[in-house]
Design a protein around this ligand. Structure first.
Ligand code: F6R
Length: 366
């Protein structure tokens, strides 16, 4: 049932070439240059006119929500607040009747997310869901939603569900932005065309699997790690750090790269691996300076870069090249090497990657 892979997690990382395809199937049409999301078609006018969107989730789903914030603000110019479901529900939150509340959950059973949905409904908001497990509790509680269709995720650490969630959020933001007129037609079409290339680009990253395994050997004795990114890649840094800590038990923190100088830089020495998502985008020059700051303090830099990047290759201790894509789609590619690094570090440390200690696949306790 692991399809020849040693662990479900590895199988699920590799499945991302096809799971992304399953998420967009019948929804993104390069022929008609269209995005269609049947599950929320009726609420698109509400989304187009929304004054704000509140995204709620926990863990990895919350990270996907963070990417969603950047996407909705960029494409649809709708203010977004991303909330941990547990904080949201317990703090007497301000919810307006014209708010759109978007709940994200792989399992569809997370207790805090479910309770936050009920609260939002009581307040009269429109509640939408992005879930993976068909027929689970969250889709039954929401007014409308979109399934991620990533297939069953067995490994406790979420991988293909994350890329599927981000894919759905991207499609939603594109669709709403285009209808609203804030996402120009040529941009919209470029995104649609690029979607079709994502599976093959992920496959190209997965070809580096053995190189990534080799690289991971260097970090199995680490006790701490930092993950840095900017813009769309900041949530990817958070997700990279979560993956490492939950399965390898190495303490890791994700940070927006520019925040480093406000504290975490004090941690950097020759024992600190710093994983940086540094593909070519509008913050590229800035992230190059951040890498220099780390190197000046003898930190060990492992950077995910765009194919052909020589500038960072000259500075970093190790680079992992990934294919070029549009800035807004970069999270879908950059997260993949981070998943593999965590997987190999954990396996080489002898950890039970599919069932890490103290964790459950769905958290039905509050
Ligand atoms: C991380 C992980 C957890 C879940 C979180 C939410 O790899 O698996 O952080 O993301 O428990 O679960 P769902 O998405 O099922 O609501």
């Amino acid at each position: 049932e692991k399809g020849g892979y040693e662990h479900f997690m590895l199988k699920e990382i590799f499945e991302q070439t096809s799971s992304i395809h399953d998420t967009i199937r019948g929804r993104v049409s390069p022929q008609n240059k269209e995005v269609f999301l049947g599950g929320i078609n009726d609420v698109i006018p509400k989304l187009v006119n929304a004054r704000r969107i509140l995204i709620i989730g926990c863990g990895t789903s919350w990270h996907a929500g963070m990417v969603g914030e950047y996407l909705f603000e960029e494409f649809a110019r709708i203010p977004v607040e991303v909330e941990y479901a547990s904080e949201f529900r317990y703090r007497n939150p301000v919810i307006f009747e014209d708010d759109i509340v978007l709940a994200i959950s792989q399992s569809g059973e997370t207790a805090d997310t479910l309770a936050a949905i009920k609260l939002a409904k009581q307040a009269g908001a429109t509640v939408l869901g992005i879930c993976n497990v068909v027929g689970s509790s969250i889709p039954r509680e929401t007014d409308a939603g979109v399934y991620t269709h990533a297939g069953p995720e067995i490994g406790v650490a979420s991988t293909k569900a994350f890329t599927a969630q981000v894919t759905v959020l991207t499609m939603m933001a594109m669709l709403v932005g285009y209808r609203k007129g804030t996402l120009p037609k040529e941009e919209y079409h470029k995104l649609i065309d690029e979607f079709a290339h994502l599976p093959e680009k992920i496959a190209k990253i997965l070809e580096k699997d053995q190189d990534i395994k080799e690289l991971s050997k260097r970090y199995i004795e680490s006790t701490n790690a930092l993950y840095l990114g900017r813009g769309f890649l900041f949530p990817v840094a958070l997700e990279g750090a979560l993956k490492l800590k939950e399965i390898s038990y190495i303490h890791a923190e994700g940070y927006p790269a520019a925040e480093m100088k406000h504290g975490p830089i004090a941690l950097i020495d020759e024992h600190m691996p710093v994983f940086v998502a540094a593909t070519k985008d509008k913050s590229y020059e800035k992230i190059v300076s951040n890498i220099q700051e780390v190197k000046a303090r003898k930190g060990h830099v492992i950077a995910i870069v765009t194919e052909g990047d020589t500038v960072i290759a000259d500075m970093a201790d190790y680079v992992i090249e990934i294919p070029e894509t549009l800035e807004a789609l970069a999270p879908l590619l950059t997260v993949v090497p981070f998943q593999l690094i965590s997987y190999y570090i954990a396996v080489l440390r002898g950890c039970n990657v599919d069932q890490p200690r103290n964790l459950a696949k769905s958290v039905t306790v509050e």
